[in-house]
Design a protein around this ligand. Structure first.
Ligand SMILES: *Cc1c(COP(=O)(O)O)cnc(C)c1O
Length: 333
């Protein structure tokens, strides 16, 4: 796959490091755990959406866009990285937020990612849970067109075939780093939500015949729904890059046992994972995605399919800015 065929704008600090976590590995008594530091992509405190935005924003530039529109939950990391990218590329940014987390405390509504969105000067509108987000974004686009702007809509999470290219690139980067370090990776694990990360990774891993299984830890939808969403996007993405059929349904595995009461709602295991990796490795994971993903990884090492693995890579997808949006909800002792 030749990703250089696709328009791309440089936004991320790449390659992100691949680091060993000796203390967490020892603590769990299982495989050696490595972390792919996609929390360090560098744009507006970093995270996984920046890789996707390199391709999405290039497409927006190609289409002469002057205004970017996207959507997400109120504490969306994707929205924050998109707002930062729009600033860097001289475009305006409109964010449509779905009030997905009920009874949210003050910090959730105003701190964390939301504070950063405001610093970036993004225009924010909030809509009720369950709203038709695509219709809401289209309405914003209509208003902008009436003002003479050329809007470009990025889907939630930046998850379409263009955004997923960013995670094909990440899969290639992990392979290259593993080869250089003589690291025989047995498994890759990460948090999965809007599906672009998992879809891109699986296309990259399969098209290169890496033989590395991928496990997505769900943060939102039930297993069947999540896997179908990822599989559909992976098939489309494979076709888009000229590798149709490389991904089979059985390659798409999501474990959605760690969602808890719902998207963005803290769980005990997430909270413990946040404290554990901070105190053992100095790393910050977030309450919505990477914290639940890490909780899943820990449980899978202790009780699941990873018990026999020797070298596991956890893709740290970022989100630590979201911690400040959860200051009333997280326990620190
Ligand atoms: C968006 C996000 C994810 C999930 O990635 P998707 O491509 O939406 O599946 C994981 N972790 C963090 C921190 C995110 O912001």
């Amino acid at each position: 796959m030749l990703l250089s065929r696709f328009p791309r704008v440089s936004l991320a600090h790449l390659p992100t490091p691949l680091e060993h976590l000796p203390h967490l590995s020892k603590h769990l008594g299982g495989p050696d755990i490595y972390v792919k530091r996609d929390d360090c992509t560098g744009l507006g405190t970093g995270g996984n959406k920046t890789r996707k935005l390199e391709f999405l924003m290039a497409d927006a530039i190609d289409k002469k866009a002057t205004a970017i529109i996207t959507q997400g939950a109120v504490q969306s990391n994707h929205a924050r990285q998109t707002a930062a990218a729009a600033c860097k590329l001289g475009m305006s940014c409109d964010l449509v937020f779905e009030k997905r987390v009920g009874d949210a405390p003050e910090s959730y509504k105003n701190s964390g990612n939301v504070l950063l969105d405001r610093i970036y000067g993004a225009r924010i509108r909030e809509v009720e849970k369950g709203s038709d987000m695509n219709a809401e974004m289209e309405a914003v686009a209509e208003q902008l067109r009436a003002q003479g702007e050329t809007p470009y809509i990025i889907p939630g999470g930046g998850s379409n075939v263009i955004g997923a290219l960013g995670y094909i690139d990440c899969a290639l980067e992990i392979m290259s780093q593993a080869n250089s370090a003589s690291l025989p990776v047995d498994h890759i694990v990460h948090a999965t939500g809007s599906a672009g990360t998992q879809a891109g990774l699986i296309v990259g891993l399969k098209a290169t015949h890496s033989g590395i299984p991928l496990l997505g830890i769900g943060v939102n939808a039930p297993k069947e729904l999540q896997e179908e969403k990822v599989y559909k996007l992976a098939m489309e993405t494979a076709e888009y890059v000229g590798a149709p059929g490389v991904v089979k349904r059985a390659d798409v595995i999501a474990n959605c046992d760690y969602v808890g009461p719902g998207y963005g709602v803290p769980t005990e295991a997430m909270n413990e994972a946040v404290l554990l990796i901070a105190r053992l490795e100095g790393l910050l994971v977030d309450p919505v995605y990477s914290g639940k993903g890490l909780a899943g990884l820990i449980d899978q090492i202790q009780n699941g399919v990873l018990a026999g693995a020797r070298h596991v890579v956890f893709v740290h997808t970022g989100g630590s800015a979201g911690l400040f949006g959860y200051s009333e909800l997280l326990k620190t002792d």
